[in-house]
Structure formats: structure tokens, C-alpha cells
Design a protein around this ligand. Structure first.
Ligand code: ADP
Length: 408
């Protein structure tokens, strides 16, 4: 049994989980918050209980040594010694056009993550900090980068090019990259298993609906369409992000005297469900408000479902056939009413929900379409951390098969 550490490092927080592989068992996980501020906090859960501590955390190195202490705590720890960790997998946001797969990290990979920071200025530098701190904590232990963008590197130019002057692509690499790749890859593979089908014979449309939301069309295991674009802002209406807009709106707002920063706030932090409802970015609050007659909340729910249906229709039209529609993410997994709202008008393209099954199924993995539905509807809880552990395990044991060349 190998024990692998999975790290998702943000600018002020760090999530981690320890997996026993190949059994895919989580041994425990934790969250470090407020890195860089006077008093940081760690909370770790495992079978031995909860480890909690608040202490000064000036930087990511301090956070990582706190993680090491929590992991090996004599009473509440997950492992006895840090040497038990034989590999580390890092969630890494942007691999640009450099990476179409997960990779073992070396100097070249570090350079590429750095180079692509231009495309993900908030995330890549934070991911790199986590990688460097983990390398210092565990010298000689293989570290693996699993990119959010890599899965979508199989998109064709027809789906990744924008209708812009071509030099914007050649000069600035402005194109669709797509995100949530690790989640779409995980749930689509699990859905194929649940449906007892083979990857080579299955096309799916996967809806990751969380606070951030995206839809991906996957043909025979490869991503062929995805709704997030150059940044995660494009596509669906999300918790606080606007999703698709007429780009002229931004120019109009600039003309009206709004600053670049204000506009950025409007579309990234104050838009989406929050902006439309004026109440919350959380679906649970919106259902309560809509049920008590709040029209803005009701409209926010309708805009959300409508945009998703538009994408499902467009993606179905671009695939030879579709075998399954997958729901995942906080909303996709838990919100049975939203799943129902989305599927209400999809019968005409062969997606027929069994509304009772949908309600009964709740948030577990299951099929919620009627038996005669040409396209199955699947609820599949996502697990990006597990997918990172799987990639890390396969890469360090040289069993990793590039999903890009799956068919060779
Ligand atoms: P993130 O994108 O931050 O990872 P999640 O996938 O955890 O987000 O999804 C969070 C969202 O899921 C919440 O904002 C809320 O809208 C929704 N959600 C979570 N639980 C429920 C529930 N039981 N019913 C409806 N919506 C839910």
C-alpha cells in the first residue's frame, strides 16, 4: 500500500488529503486557512478525530510544516512519520498548451507552470508555492502536477478558436482552455462504469454545477467541447460569475465611466445567481426565496437552468450520438429540484428523467432517467482529489496511460 498526499494550494488556503493506493481509500483530510495573516488555522479530520490549531502562519512553508505536524500528531495524526508519504499530487490550474496530461514535476514543468501564470495569475503562482513547499518538506519524493486544463487539450480548433484576429491566438494564446477537467474526467469515467459500458463506445455530456459551473462534451473518453473558455468566466451562469455575455457590454460600461476593477467585480464576484437574485449565490437560499414568492430569485433559477439547457442542446447537436447526461458538483449532486428544472424540456432530444427516481436518488451515484430514455441521466459525485491520487499513483508506478492517446 502506498500513501499519497494530495495538495490543493490557493493563495491563502491549502487543502490536503491522504490516500492509500491502489485501494483508493481516504485516510483523512485537512484545511489550512488564512495563510499569510497573523493567525492561521488548521482543521484536520480522520478516523482518529479532529486536529485543530490556531497559530501564526506567515507563509506557505509555515503552513506546510503545520500540515506535517498535523499529519504525524501522536494522537490525532493520519500517519506515523512523514516518510510514509511516497508521492504528492498537486492540483494545478493552468497547463496552457504545454500539458495535455498529468506529469511528474521537474524543472521544466516548474518553468511551464510559471510561464502559464500569465493565463492564471491568481492560481498558478499559489499552486507553485505549494509545490515548492512540498518539495522542501519531502525531498526526493516524486511530485505530480494534475492540471485543470489538461483534459480539454483534445478540443479541435473549431471549438477552441474565438472569432478574433488570428494574431491574438498566436501572440497571446487567446483561445478556449476550459477548466474543471479533473472533475469531468473523473465523473465521466465513473459514469461509464456505472452504466456498464466501455469508454470507446460512450459519449457523454457532463454538467459540473457548483459555485463555479461548466459543461463538457466527452466523446470516447476525450473532451471535445467545454463551456469555460480563456478563463473560468465564460459559459454557464454561476454562483457569482456572469457566464456568457455580449462583450460589447464591457466596453459600454467602460464608456459609462466604470473602472476595469469595478467591471471585473461585477462579472466575477457580483454577477451570476447572486447578482440576478440580489439575495445569495447559494441555491438553497434561492429555492427558499423563490418558494416564498420572490420573483428575482425565481428568475435567477430559471436563467441558470435555461443556460444549461442551451449548452446541452448545442453539444448534443455537435456529437454523433449522446449516451448519457451527467450531473455533478454541489448543485448537480444535491439539488434534485434544479436537476428536474433543467431536464423538464429535454425530452424532445431524448433525455427523459424519471422524476420520482431523481427525488429518491438524492446525492448518491445513480441513474435517474426512465428505462426507455435514449440518453441516460446519471448523478455522479465528483472527487477531484481521488483523481489526482489515481494519476499520481499511476505516474510514479509507470502505469499511467495518457488519456489523450486512449484509443491507440
Ligand atoms: P465549489 O465550486 O466551490 O467547489 P461546490 O461544488 O461545493 O462549489 O457547490 C457549492 C454550491 O452547491 C452551493 O453554493 C450551493 O449552491 C449548492 N448546494 C450545496 N448543497 C446543496 C443542497 N443540498 N441543495 C441545493 N444546492 C446545494
Amino acid at each position: 500500500m502506498e500513501k499519497l498526499l494530495v495538495i490543493n494550494c490557493g493563495s491563502s488556503s491549502l487543502k490536503y488529503e491522504v490516500y492509500a493506493m491502489p485501494g483508493r481509500t481516504s485516510l483523512g483530510k485537512g484545511l489550512v486557512e488564512r495563510i499569510g495573516s497573523e493567525i492561521g488555522k488548521i482543521t484536520q479530520h480522520s478516523q482518529k478525530g479532529v486536529f485543530e490549531s490556531e497559530e501564526p502562519l506567515p507563509d506557505h512553508d509555515a503552513a506546510m510544516s503545520l500540515v506535517s505536524r498535523a499529519l504525524t500528531d501522536p494522537e490525532k495524526g493520519i500517519i506515523e512519520s512523514i516518510q510514509e508519504i511516497t508521492g504528492v499530487g498537486h492540483r494545478t490550474v493552468h497547463g496552457g498548451e504545454d500539458y495535455a496530461n498529468s506529469v511528474i514535476i521537474d524543472d521544466k514543468v516548474i518553468d511551464a507552470i510559471q510561464r502559464n501564470s500569465d493565463l492564471a495569475p491568481l492560481h498558478n503562482p499559489a499552486n507553485l508555492t505549494g509545490i515548492k513547499a512540498a518539495m522542501e518538506m519531502l525531498p526526493g519524493v516524486p511530485q505530480v502536477a494534475v492540471f485543470d486544463t489538461a483534459f480539454h487539450q483534445t478540443l479541435s480548433p473549431a471549438s477552441y478558436l474565438y472569432g478574433l484576429p488570428r494574431e491574438l491566438y498566436t501572440k497571446y494564446k487567446i483561445r478556449r482552455y476550459g477548466f474543471h477537467g479533473t472533475s469531468h474526467r473523473y465523473v465521466s469515467a465513473e459514469a461509464v462504469k456505472l452504466l456498464k459500458r466501455s469508454v470507446e463506445n460512450t459519449n457523454v455530456i457532463s454538467c459540473h454545477l457548483g459555485n463555479g459551473a461548466s459543461i463538457t462534451a466527452i466523446r470516447q473518453g476525450l473532451s471535445v467541447e467545454t463551456s469555460m473558455g480563456f478563463t473560468p468566466l465564460e459559459g454557464l451562469v454561476m454562483g457569482t460569475r456572469s457566464g456568457d455575455l455580449d462583450p460589447a457590454i464591457l466596453l459600454f460600461l467602460l464608456e459609462k465611466g466604470h473602472s476595469k476593477e469595478e467591471i471585473n467585480e461585477m462579472v466575477n464576484k457580483k454577477g451570476g445567481l447572486l447578482g440576478l437574485s440580489g439575495i445569495s449565490n447559494d441555491m438553497r437560499d434561492l429555492h427558499v426565496a423563490a418558494d416564498s414568492g420572490n420573483q428575482d430569485a425565481q428568475e435567477a433559477l430559471e436563467v441558470f437552468a435555461h443556460r444549461i439547457r442551451m449548452y446541452i442542446g448545442a453539444y448534443a447537436a455537435n456529437m454523433v450520438k449522446v449516451d448519457a447526461l451527467i450531473f455533478t458538483g454541489g448543485i448537480g449532486e444535491n439539488d434534485t429540484r434544479m436537476r428536474e428544472m433543467i431536464c423538464h424540456r429535454l425530452e424532445n432530444i431524448g433525455i427523459v428523467m424519471d422524476y420520482e427516481k431523481n427525488k429518491q436518488n438524492g446525492s448518491k451515484a445513480g441513474i435517474v432517467s426512465v428505462d426507455y430514455s435514449p440518453i441516460s441521466i446519471v448523478v455522479m459525485p465528483t472527487n477531484e482529489e481521488l483523481q489526482i491520487a489515481i494519476d499520481t499513483h499511476e505516474l510514479i508506478n509507470k502505469q499511467f496511460k495518457s488519456w489523450v492517446y486512449l484509443k491507440e
